[in-house]
Design a protein around this ligand. Structure first.
Ligand SMILES: [Zn+2]
Length: 219
């Protein structure tokens, strides 16, 4: 991710709650040759190494374009928490146009930061709580992804994940546990979640960040 493209980012200080005119205003998506697919660290991105099932599963998913600055900007917003070993949560907003999703909004809601799930200080993985959160989004939008950033994990600092479908999705659908717990293996031994293969980093795509932690509620 090149630093110079970050100058295109508009960071808004939000002064009121939803609906925000900033969120409802979306520029037409850019089209250009400078996009690049998200490559998975420590993994082979050669599609030929995917099983035919995985290829079939990834083929029916729409592509998701993301700003090249998304990860860095989120880490910047999270830095204060990360230094205290606290987790920071953000929600991505996207719009759908011509069969492609464009992620143009990062919302950092008001939150009580906890160190319970320890992503800032440990490795890049999806906890059981993350998996249940991911399920609630993915059951509505099959393309929904969960981004995990673990800045102190030297082997892998970030992952863009989704539940495997149908195996991981059925395990989460049937699980009614809360808190941290373990999930049973899938029937065929495949992973419960996997790297998303339909992510394209688009340096021309703008990103708006709404950090609601700084909002003073109206009287
Ligand atoms: Zn569960």
């Amino acid at each position: 991710m090149a630093g110079e493209i970050c100058c295109k980012i508009d960071v808004h200080s939000v002064t009121k709650y939803f609906p925000s005119p900033g969120i409802s205003f979306l520029q037409p998506p850019p089209h250009g040759p400078e996009t690049s697919r998200f490559s998975v660290p420590n993994a082979v991105d050669d599609q030929s190494n995917l099983s035919s099932n995985e290829q079939a599963a990834s083929k029916h998913l729409k592509d998701i374009h993301m700003s090249g600055c998304l990860m860095e900007d989120f880490l910047t917003a999270a830095r204060e928490n990360t230094e205290k070993n606290l987790e920071t949560c953000g929600v991505l907003g996207a719009f759908l146009k011509d069969g492609t999703f464009y992620v143009t909004t990062l919302i950092i809601p008001k939150q009580e930061a906890t160190s319970n799930s320890t992503h800032p200080s440990q490795s890049c993985f999806m906890s059981s709580i993350d998996l249940h959160t991911q399920y609630t989004y993915q059951v509505m939008v099959p393309e929904a992804v969960g981004i995990v950033m673990a800045p102190t994990d030297h082997s892998r600092k970030c992952g863009i994940f989704r539940l495997s479908d149908p195996d991981g999705m059925s395990i989460l659908r049937e699980c009614h546990e809360t808190g941290f717990h373990t999930h049973r293996e899938t029937s065929n031994g495949s992973p419960i979640y996997e790297d998303s293969t339909n992510i394209i980093f688009n340096p021309n795509l703008r990103l708006e960040i709404f950090d609601l932690r700084e909002v003073v509620p109206p009287l």
